[in-house]
Ligand binder design. Sequence first.
Ligand SMILES: NC(=O)c1ccc[n+]([C@@H]2O[C@H](COP(=O)([O-])OP(=O)(O)OC[C@H]3O[C@@H](n4cnc5c(N)ncnc54)[C@H](OP(=O)(O)O)[C@@H]3O)[C@@H](O)[C@H]2O)c1
Length: 301
Amino acid sequence: MAMARFLIIGASGFIGQHLLRQLGPEQCLGTYAHTPFDGGIHFDPTLIDPDQFLDLYGHVEQIYLLMAVSSLITCANDPQGSYAINVEASKAIALWCKKHQIPLLFTSSDAVFGGQQGLYDEQHIPTPLVTYGKQKREVEVFLQAHLPHLHTTVRLSKTYSSNPQDKTLLSAWVRAWQQQQPIMCATDQRFNPIHVEDAVVGMQQLMAGQHRGLYHLCGPTPVDRYQLLLDLQECYEQQLGPLPSWQVKACLINELGLAETWPIDISTRIDKLLATIPLHPRTPQQGCQQLIQAIVAERSC
Ligand SMILES: NC(=O)c1ccc[n+]([C@@H]2O[C@H](COP(=O)([O-])OP(=O)(O)OC[C@H]3O[C@@H](n4cnc5c(N)ncnc54)[C@H](OP(=O)(O)O)[C@@H]3O)[C@@H](O)[C@H]2O)c1
């Protein structure tokens, strides 16, 4: 195999698998911790020192740091365990990149915002409410202080796909309808979900153009979670007929019994991103259409 150009830490995850395909598996090395995949390299910073591991891959041109305890609920329930990965190991990897002058892309989140205001841009100083958001913010600040010209941080919003088989935002709702399961859906949550294929193209373009610093890599417009559910319902019924079930309970986000107070309006502006790279992220309504078309295509096979 030719020398790989890119190292994806956390390649076994949802976004990592899409990024691997986008960058070209022949050009990438990718790590997993608990979910092996073909060609994947085992790496768990709780078992091996990141420096020792990374010294084996010092020839790569760019490192994409996707590794995370990515569940907000797990972070709330296990702040120390998640801190070890989301903050300590991430900082260690960043310092290794600094030492070897290898550009780093870090995946942060719109959960850094407190959600009182909405339409946040990159200038806004975040005040996170949830443990996961605090951890992401700590790494953002660290990167800005220690690798100002070597890091690209992307704040992703809820990332989904058009694959009926996965359990991301839209496909999970369709599955619940098909399996006659209840859906609790917040009426007050506002955000800018992004399609995973747009997210990985955005990451690739930012890194290829050597655009450093902080970017919101989110969908083009804010949506209300409950309205998005209704949009998906409309799309489903137009193309597939009546829903198989509708056990939807509308509630407020902080009535869901979550371990921490959740931010309400974490909608973002992506003007900086649009002015920097030639990316036109699809709207979640377009994402709904594509998901339903994929279901139609599956049924006709
Ligand atoms: N998906 C979203 O909606 C979203 C939104 C905002 C930000 N992000 C951020 O984007 C990045 C990728 O998200 P994702 O959805 O792809 O997450 P994911 O599916 O949960 O994948 C997380 C990755 O981190 C690895 N990982 C977890 N614990 C590890 C450990 N102890 N040692 C080494 N690796 C470990 C996982 O490996 P194994 O699976 O092999 O254990 C996996 O490759 C994360 O940083 C996440 O916080 C995601």
